[in-house]
Design a protein around this ligand. Structure first.
Ligand code: GLP
Length: 243
């Protein structure tokens, strides 16, 4: 595990964008596993700048997003499709047909999970998986539980996650209670993983993910077993690490 400490959010975003850019430059038709949330917004902005400066070409890039709220349509401004379209896809020359996100409007969970597993398999797996970190240690929407799940799953969101994500909705009653997410097995099968974390509210989860026991109660702790993980964290997110 490689740990990079940055002095602020902007530096975290720029360094993370450099790693994604290096992946695209070294393999123009790479498969990127993408993440949503407030943490990667600055990184996406930096990638858009690089694209506008003529330094990046997304025309052959393929993407697979980690997760999507169950029940939200693509045009709902809280859906992860909407997030990806507005924070990255519409600003660069990516072919939308090469982008993949779980379908939140599919009511049949088994059907959607099998479909998304096949999407990832057909892509040939993920070259570089970007991850944020939930305050409770979740990655994607893999919530703390008693076992690690392999494939795409439909999860019941924990109250703490619903509470953490309510800031994006008009009120808490509008936060979906379920989501589709790539399972831990899919995340772990990515060739490389890049996790970014910002803010003191991530410090506990990040310390446990890096140094704690490997347990499904802290889903991100499984990353200790992956051979190629880079963590870029701004200093307050690392405030619980030993000096
Ligand atoms: C959400 C997403 C995760 C994300 C996490 C942190 O619930 N499903 O993929 O990493 O929460 O979000 P934020 O970056 O806004 O703190």
């Amino acid at each position: 595990m490689r740990l990079i400490k940055t002095k602020n959010y902007e530096q975290m975003s720029r360094q993370a964008a450099n790693i994604i850019a290096a992946q695209i430059i070294s393999k123009p038709d790479c498969v990127l596993g993408l993440a949503t949330g407030s943490t990667p917004i600055g990184m996406y902005q930096r990638l858009i700048e690089m694209y506008n400066e003529g330094d990046l070409d997304f025309s052959s890039v393929k993407t697979a997003n980690l997760d999507e709220y169950k029940g939200l349509t693509r045009d709902n401004d809280q859906s992860y499709y909407y997030f990806m379209y507005n924070n990255l896809f519409k600003h660069v020359n990516i072919n939308l047909e090469n982008t993949n996100i779980p379908n939140g409007t599919e009511p049949d969970a088994q059907k959607e999970c099998s479909r998304y597993d096949k999407v990832i398999a057909d892509l040939g797996g993920v070259d570089l998986q970007l991850l944020g970190l939930g305050r409770n240690g979740h990655i994607g929407f893999n919530e703390p539980t008693d076992h690690f799940v392999k494939g795409t799953q439909c999860v019941d969101l924990q109250e703490s996650t619903i509470d953490a994500n309510k800031r994006f909705f008009e009120d808490i009653s509008q936060v979906p209670r379920q989501a589709y997410t790539m399972g831990i097995g899919i995340i772990m099968s990515a060739k490389k993983i890049l996790l970014i974390a910002n803010g003191a509210d991530k410090a506990d989860a990040l310390q446990k993910a890096i140094l704690g026991p490997i347990t499904p109660q802290v889903p991100a702790s499984i990353l200790q077993l992956h051979p190629d993980v880079t963590i870029i964290a701004e200093e307050t997110a690392l405030s619980k690490m030993p000096k």
